[in-house]
Design a binder for this molecule. Structure first.
Ligand code: FAD
Ligand code: SF4
Length: 395
């Protein structure tokens, strides 16, 4: 749930409006944080949103799921009470709207192709379209949005919010073509033959980092994104009892790993009726999510252990029977499970290697960084758009 107006005003008033704002360099997008908070304090919600949108085209997304590095840079962070900048951004996004992007009627300039419709591709498309270029996004999946569509669950980012961002891009003249697999159903030469002057690869990091944990190839073991994507696709498209391929966890699940994906997988597994535990492979400080998410996860009834997984155990027939794990010098314990979800992070799916040295071909987002957050991807798309505009100006 977002903030109500009263809480927003109180929180905005708590901001000391520091002469040298330490939060500012914390935001990869360079949002004028004190400026938009001041406007919220004055009740100017629409103006606050305009101020944010000068640097961030998608505040409704960041206001919900940004890891908010700005809050870690806030002067009150050391006291454990940083200003809730992300929550304030969300309020501005949800209640300051009213002015939709104007459909662009100006004749379009050179054609740019963007491969991949995650936040990096979305951001690049926004800025390139604003510069009046003719932008087409090609996306392999049925629906646009990247991991925000297929992995981040509805409970944290409603699909409706994502749809609204694409409606905004459409108004700006961005075309989105789905079900196009670059490198398979469409090759780079075809794009140049169709008159595209530049190609931006924003294909993300959709492949799991495979685990060397013993037992990780047993039946009943999944990787986090695989698990989440199947819930969003197979389960939705073929509801029970029709589908055999549906993702249905066993009565007990153990998630091994950390980061947002681990906690999303755990919470969805619980919602599917499986008694779920998380083994962090480290301490809570290394969980890779905010305290809010840790607390919410526990409140829902999921145990989160600061233990290390030693082995996924075979039931003797090739199926998972549980996870052997250990806390520091304690003796190993056995957590029973029929489903194990490994959250080991993601990596780009190889085909990018070497491509960025090609003339007219650019790359951004987690395809380049291999990791990172939504705000990093948006910042990467923005920077790539600037480089493309510069390049096209010279050609
Ligand atoms: C479960 C989960 C939860 C997360 N939660 C958070 C969070 O709370 N906060 C946060 O900041 N970050 C979170 N992240 C990370 C965040 O989703 C990523 O940092 C971000 O999506 C990266 O954006 P991107 O545009 O670079 O790539 P992606 O979002 O991966 O998008 C890449 C797109 O390219 C498409 N593509 C790939 N290959 C091709 C091809 N050959 N042809 C055409 N299209 C192609 C893919 O289908 C995909 O749509 C989470 C990630 C996961 C997995
Ligand atoms: S986009 Fe993220 S880092 Fe930037 S101000 Fe918003 S919450 Fe903070």
């Amino acid at each position: 749930m977002g903030f109500i107006k009263k809480i927003t005003q109180e929180e905005a008033r708590r901001c000391p409006q520091c002469a040298v704002a330490t939060c500012l360099p914390g935001c990869p997008l360079g949002i004028d944080i004190p400026g938009f908070i001041r406007l919220l304090r004055e009740g100017e919600t629409a103006q606050a949103l305009e101020r944010i949108k000068k640097e961030n085209p998608f505040p409704a997304i960041c206001g919900r799921i940004c890891p908010a590095p700005c809050e870690q840079a806030c002067v009150f962070h050391a006291d454990g009470e940083p200003i809730a900048i992300r929550g304030l951004e969300r309020f501005a996004a949800d209640f300051g709207a009213g002015k939709a992007e104007k459909p662009s009627l100006a004749p379009r300039g050179k054609k740019v192709a963007i491969i991949g419709s995650g936040p990096a591709g979305m951001s690049a498309a926004y800025y390139l379209a604003k510069m009046n270029l003719s932008v087409t996004i090609f996306e392999a999946a049925h629906q646009p949005g990247g991991l925000l569509r297929y992995a981040v669950p509805e409970l944290r980012l409603p699909q409706k919010v994502l749809d609204e961002q694409f409606a905004q891009l459409k108004l700006l003249g961005v075309e989105v073509q789905t079900d196009v697999v670059f490198g398979r159903t469409m090759m780079i030469d075809e794009l140049f033959m169709q008159g595209f002057s530049a190609v931006l690869l924003a294909t993300g990091a959709g492949q799991p980092k495979f685990s060397d944990l013993p037992g990780s190839s047993l039946i009943g073991v999944y990787y986090d994104v695989e698990f989440l994507e199947r819930l969003q696709t197979v389960n939705k498209e073929a509801p029970l009892p029709a589908a055999r391929r549906q993702m249905i966890p066993g009565p007990k699940t153990v998630v091994v790993g950390r980061g947002a994906a681990a906690f999303d997988a755990a919470r969805l597994s619980l919602r599917l009726g499986s008694a779920t535990q998380v083994v962090l492979n480290g301490f809570e400080e290394q969980a890779g999510v905010s305290h809010d998410i840790l607390n919410e996860t526990r409140e829902e009834g999921i145990e989160v252990h600061s233990m290390h997984a030693l082995e996924i155990v075979d039931d003797g027939n090739g199926f998972v029977s549980g996870v052997k794990c250990r806390e520091l010098d304690e003796p190993p314990i056995f957590l029973e499970a029929q489903t194990v979800i490994i959250a080991n992070g993601q990596q780009p799916n190889g085909f990018l290697k070497g491509m960025t040295s090609m003339e007219k071909v650019f790359a951004c987002g987690s395809a380049v960084t291999a990791a990172g957050s939504v705000v990093d991807a948006i910042a990467g798309g923005k920077a790539a758009a600037k480089k493309i505009v510069q390049y096209l100006g010279q050609t």
